[in-house]
Ligand binder design. Structure first.
Ligand code: FAD
Length: 450
């Protein structure tokens, strides 16, 4: 008889196109489908509040999907290096499979792999959550790409893996599981998640519907993606973050049958997935991307000490700059912000308020439902100018010009800032021109010293 397999799920909360799960089913024997809340390993960055909310919903949906196939989702909490070997013992498992991750926590995986192998447990890791493994898309010299365009050109020349079938049925092993509710991932006192509940349904089935709807209804309008009042982007980011849908599923879908308008926009849309790949490959070579300037010349940058009142105004959408306030309120209410507005709000913090990008990165990490180790850090560094293939620091967004260009009818601003244009709306907390000049002067000083 084949011994049971432990399938340790992490950023891949789906049963379909899940290579580790499919391989466990092919191996035969019972399967322990494990999710481990690891807040104990030093390499695991604690999830932000909005992500915890999402995780709760996504795990609930996953438990149902696994149960429908005769399996059972096992929840455990603690450091992976302690919990996984213990569970292997309890279940009498002979194999542990997982899909790879690419940030600092892969150190945990490497140590665990060694430890399990020392105990004669079969360990296999799979490519699942990227189109291409980072080490397969490199320059001719074998180094990671630092510029997006050649990276994506090289990536597109490589084959994308086939989809992994969802197991039709599974046998569970009777092992103890934590109760999801006891993890207290949902906020209480106060319950600030009302806007998240209104906006999202986490889980694989809803993710599949989102992808279907996007391809059928909005891909054809994707060329209008910079307009925040239109819902023409896919809103798949939290789904990709938690792996409710894989980029490989998206890729196959976009390379399948599309109408003419969809086909015209498919390349542009896939190149956004390309940025996700690029950022993850940067994270793979720079695991401390969220805390360290990718370009070390920025270590000499003289950030201003954050003024608590200004920071508070930024966080809660009371800066008196309408597009910034609209974006920050959208974020607070829904856990999401439109990409164009993310760039504008981030630029305002980093340049007009001269605040270290890490302060903003942490706020987004806590409030975004899609907060992602690679994408959040890389995009903040992109805005700050300190990242790989970043926007140059001296390109300071003017949030008023951005508003007239991308929200020409004022619909987005009116939706989130209904008091704009009335006496209740505050004056701008800073002068845009003056703070722009201050930022450029600080940048010049950095350039002269580095
Ligand atoms: P679509 O336009 O439909 O794009 C499809 C997918 O491509 C997205 O779901 C996402 O996975 C990927 N993608 C799109 N744009 C980018 C990009 N600029 N960089 C990397 N991947 C991209 N994205 C995150 O997923 N997590 C984050 O934590 C995150 N933080 C950000 C912080 C800042 C300051 C900025 C400027 C951008 C950030 N982004 C982040 C990137 C981008 O804003 C979101 O991915 C996008 O808005 C998600 O909406 P969508 O799924 O409708 O995008």
């Amino acid at each position: 008889m084949t011994s049971p397999t432990v399938v340790w799920l992490r950023d891949d909360l789906r049963v379909d196109d899940n290579p580790a799960l499919a391989a466990a089913a092919a191996r035969g024997g019972a399967i322990v489908v494990l999710y481990l809340l690891d807040e104990a390993s030093p390499e695991s960055r604690p999830l932000g509040g909005a992500s915890r909310w999402w995780l709760h919903g996504s795990l609930g949906a996953l438990a149902d999907a696994v149960a429908e196939r005769g399996g059972r989702l096992t929840l455990r909490r603690g450091a992976a290096e302690t919990v996984v070997p213990r569970l292997v013992g309890e279940a009498g498992a002979g194999a542990v499979y997982w899909n790879r991750r690419y940030g600092a926590s892969r150190e945990v995986d490497a140590r665990l792999k060694q430890r399990l192998r020392d105990d004669d447990v079969e360990v296999r890791s799979f490519a699942a959550n990227l189109l291409h493994e980072p080490w397969t898309v490199q320059t001719e010299q074998g180094a990671p790409y630092r510029v997006f365009t050649p990276f994506w050109r090289a990536a597109q020349e490589r084959p994308v893996r086939a989809l992994a079938p969802a197991p039709d049925s599974m046998h569970a092993v009777e092992v103890e599981s934590d109760d999801l509710a006891e993890w207290t991932l949902l906020p209480t006192a106060p319950d600030w998640a009302g806007g998240l509940r209104e906006t999202w349904t986490p889980g694989e089935a809803a993710a599949r519907d989102s992808l279907d709807d996007f391809v059928a209804d909005t891909l054809g309008d994707y060329h209008e993606r910079d307009r925040p009042e239109l819902t023409v982007t896919s809103r798949l980011s939290p789904r990709l973050r938690f792996g409710e849908v894989s980029p490989v599923q998206v890729w196959h879908r976009l390379n399948g049958e599309l109408d003419d308008a969809g086909r015209r926009n498919a390349g542009k849309f896939l190149s956004e997935l390309g940025w996700r790949e690029f950022n993850t490959s940067i994270l793979f070579s720079t695991p401390d991307l969220a805390t360290r300037n990718y370009r070390s010349s920025f270590d000499a940058f003289e950030w201003a000490d954050p003024d608590p009142a200004e920071l508070d105004a930024w966080r809660h959408g009371r800066t008196g700059i309408p597009l910034v306030d609209a974006g920050m309120r959208e974020l607070w209410h829904t856990g999401y912000m439109h990409n164009r507005v993310r760039m504008v709000t981030a630029s305002f913090l980093v340049k007009n308020l001269l605040t270290d990008w890490r302060v903003g990165e942490q706020w987004f990490w806590d409030t975004l439902v899609d907060s992602d180790e690679a994408n959040n850090a890389a995009n903040w560094q992109w805005v700050a100018g300190s990242g790989a293939d970043a926007a140059p620091f001296f390109r300071v967004f003017n949030p008023e010009l951005q508003r007239t260009k991308f929200d020409p009818h004022g619909r987005y601003v009116r939706r989130w800032v209904p008091e704009y244009g009335t006496p209740e709306y505050p004056e701008p907390i800073v002068d845009l021109g003056e703070t722009r000049r201050r930022a450029l002067a600080a940048y010049e000083r950095m350039r002269r010293t580095s």
